[in-house]
Design a protein around this ligand. Structure first.
Ligand SMILES: [Zn+2]
Length: 356
């Protein structure tokens, strides 16, 4: 991966973006993609970038990856200055205890920790039981409510602390790869197409959407405003090459073996064929899965926007989704961007999108 692309990915995942508070990450997206595409930001905070194509009767193609991440929000500060919080999106209460967090306050980031009674003081039955998020609290190191209120305000967004770090080979770990990895791929496709000559025969919209984790909300409004003929959603998907994910339920997915292309009711058959044929032609490895339901992604709302959109999903294998230590392989992101960019050249026939 180019240094500039890697730097962009790092900045994108580091910038806080719990649903509803995405603009720090969106500023990173705008600055990068704004170098080679036209950009608008809508009233929800979706960033929509645009590169026109060549030729007559061009299809409108929308790429979408959501930039919001799961997180927390300040709900209450008690007399001793402990901060009680609510979850933004699907947070697993098993993994929050013992974590460092960052409260993104007006005056700047405030570091805190989610504490717990020491194991010595736990009764035997409590060692095996789950502590609900409602009963967890953040310690920022103050002595009372007044001191806390000088730093933190009701509603301040919170994320897990920590930045992107390299593991072995091309594997990296960070919070927020769901789905800033997808948002990154959208940006990289825009870069590849901006550099391409000739341009593909489509008008290309690259969207960094908001509020996906709380109900596909930005994907819904941006699909309406872009009004595309074809939509590609780039989302993370559960890798099953970790010990505790069942391949029979999830499918057989590994990090580093290329993007995942699902088949199913959310996927237009022509687009599935186009993606797999393009992968063959370009020698890009892909992994296939069956998806026998509407996906829980922006592809879902995009497909049923207005009178319907031909949609496909390009999934990026990810371990430990919704944790502060999500792990992926950088090559999967690069292959996904190459695959989508190449597939755009096969979108010449509006009629082919109609299943017959
Ligand atoms: Zn996601």
């Amino acid at each position: 991966m180019h240094d500039t692309s890697f730097e962009f990915l790092k900045n994108l995942v580091t910038a806080p973006s719990p649903s509803g508070y995405e603009q720090p990450a969106q500023r990173v997206f705008r600055e990068y993609v704004g170098q080679f595409a036209d950009i608008v930001t809508d009233v929800l905070g979706n960033v929509i970038s645009f590169i026109p194509g060549t030729g007559e009767d061009r299809l409108k193609v929308m790429l979408v990856g959501h930039c919001d991440e799961i997180g927390f929000q300040v709900k209450y500060i008690d007399d001793n200055g402990f901060i009680w919080f609510g979850a933004v999106g699907g947070v697993d209460p098993h993994i929050t205890i013992g974590q460092r967090v960052t409260i993104h306050a007006v005056g700047g980031p405030v570091t805190g920790v989610i504490g717990r009674k020491p194991i010595h003081l736990l009764e035997a039955k409590d060692r095996d039981s789950l502590i609900k998020l409602d009963n967890q609290y953040i310690d920022i190191g103050v002595s009372n409510r007044k001191e806390a209120e000088e730093l933190v305000r009701m509603g301040d967004p919170i994320t897990f602390a920590g930045e992107l770090e390299r593991l072995q080979g091309d594997r990296v770990t960070s919070r927020g790869f769901d789905d800033k990895a997808g948002c990154f791929v959208v940006a990289e496709v825009m870069r590849l197409i901006a550099e391409a000559d000739p341009k593909p025969p489509v008008d290309l919209f690259g969207v960094s959407s908001v509020q996906e984790e709380v109900g596909l909300r930005g994907g819904k409004t941006s699909s309406y405003s872009v009004d595309p003929d074809v939509g590609f959603c780039v989302e993370v998907f559960f890798s099953s090459d970790q010990p505790d994910v069942d391949k029979k339920l999830n499918g057989e997915i590994s990090l580093g073996k290329g993007p995942v292309i699902p088949r199913g009711l959310n996927i237009n058959p022509f687009l599935f064929d186009l993606l797999t044929a393009t992968a063959g032609k370009e020698s890009i490895p892909v992994q296939l899965i069956g998806l026998p339901r509407a996906s829980g992604t922006d592809a879902n709302v995009m497909q049923v926007s207005r009178s319907g959109v031909a949609t496909a999903l390009i999934n990026l294998p990810l371990r430990y989704m919704h944790s502060p230590v999500e792990v992926l392989a950088l090559s999967d992101l690069e292959q996904a961007a190459r695959l989508i960019a190449a597939a755009l050249y096969g979108l010449t026939d509006r009629e082919a999108l109609i299943p017959r």
